[in-house]
Write a protein that binds this ligand. Sequence first.
Ligand SMILES: Cc1cc2nc3c(=O)[nH]c(=O)nc-3n(C[C@H](O)[C@H](O)[C@H](O)COP(=O)(O)OP(=O)(O)OC[C@H]3O[C@@H](n4cnc5c(N)ncnc54)[C@H](O)[C@@H]3O)c2cc1C
Length: 412
Amino acid sequence: MMKVENIIVGAGPFGLSIASHLRENNIEALVIGRPMASWRGHMPTGMILKSETFASNLSDPLSRYNFERFLRLRGTTYRPIGDPLSLSDFIDYADWFRQHAVPEVRDVELINLRRIEDGFELGLGDGSHLWAKRVILATGYLAFRQTPLALGTFPAELVTHTSQHRDLSQFAGKDVTVIGRGQSGLETAALLRERGANVRILVRAANVEWNSDPNAIRSLIARLRRPDAGLGAGWYSLAMSELPTAFFRLPLHKRDRIVRTSWGPSGAWWLKQRVVDKIPVLTSHELSHVVERNGKLELSVQAAGETVRFETDHIIAATGYKVDMKRLAFLDKALQSEIKAFDGSPKLNAAFESSVPGLHFVGVASAQSFGPVMRFVYGTKHAAAILTRHVRSVSQVRPSKIRTGDTAPVGA
Ligand SMILES: Cc1cc2nc3c(=O)[nH]c(=O)nc-3n(C[C@H](O)[C@H](O)[C@H](O)COP(=O)(O)OP(=O)(O)OC[C@H]3O[C@@H](n4cnc5c(N)ncnc54)[C@H](O)[C@@H]3O)c2cc1C
């Protein structure tokens, strides 16, 4: 069995950023997983990122592989804010980052993770096994998707979750109902309409919120009052974007409440014009019951104390994700029972380490500990720096020389 000191599971923004920091510090680390698989396979073609370009950088220790440099090498103008960033550009950027900062990624799935004496055994999708002293789980959102109970039993021809779609043009000419008022629901609805579907959005809340346009000219005073930050403008946002270790020191219940209640559903500023007055948005409409009739779905919806019924060909649940350790199918039962959790999220120490020594969680699974920033790409720089400091201190690695001067062209 091959032995590796540190294994990072998941080659998304968090896994790649952490690998880049460890590598630059001469710390042995192997990344496993298909690079950027959730962005490539589980987000719709034509999607635009909600985060601004400056807040969408993957992290390497010297910020050599940032978006600004990527776009300049490609001959494109870089605007840090107010210039919507497409999914395809983001994936191209992440590929470029990986080629330069983390050239070795093993494209294989983790099937089983169990604890053994002095470390962990990883059973992989190709039948092989690895041994690691430390495992960093950067496996992202996908395992945690939620669908309302009323929709749980229908086949995928009738009901799906937003994460199951890449190509929405398959719905051209169909009647589709999207449930949810977050960015994913609103953007899915806009893309469906633009691809020829008849679409409506069903929203339980009384309204849909839209973020303000960062291109609007703001006075110096207005900018001092609400400075730009990774998670959006404002001092609170700035604190949440930049101080995850201060957030970590708050009492658990307070952290949990902040994570559950802040950065709630809203639409990006550039999306508003593609939805408002173009797509029916049925606010204060709560789905109560769905039945299948002759290959179509009949929805019963509560609105203003009355039951409204209508038919649709397909429902897409844009109902998000909820972290729950029990849904990580690769965790061996014995290992799972050792991970202490609060409301589904692992309890972590200041180095992202769970109650199982040597087992770390980053990304959305660490948001309850380090704040909402860990749900976004912007959190990669913090997670990578903190974890690298920790791994260096426990591995007693000699300080490395950081390589400089890499000027390889885009795509090289
Ligand atoms: C529709 C949508 C739009 C979003 N837009 C933005 C945005 O604009 N800006 C922003 O900052 N954030 C956005 N997010 C949040 C975004 O997903 C996270 O910021 C980011 O992906 C977190 O990176 P990650 O590495 O933790 O997770 P992921 O990007 O999900 O990467 C995790 C990786 O782990 C892999 N993996 C999982 N299980 C295994 C396994 N058993 N073995 C091997 N590999 C495994 C997955 O395949 C995946 O590639 C969006 C999320 C969604 C769903």
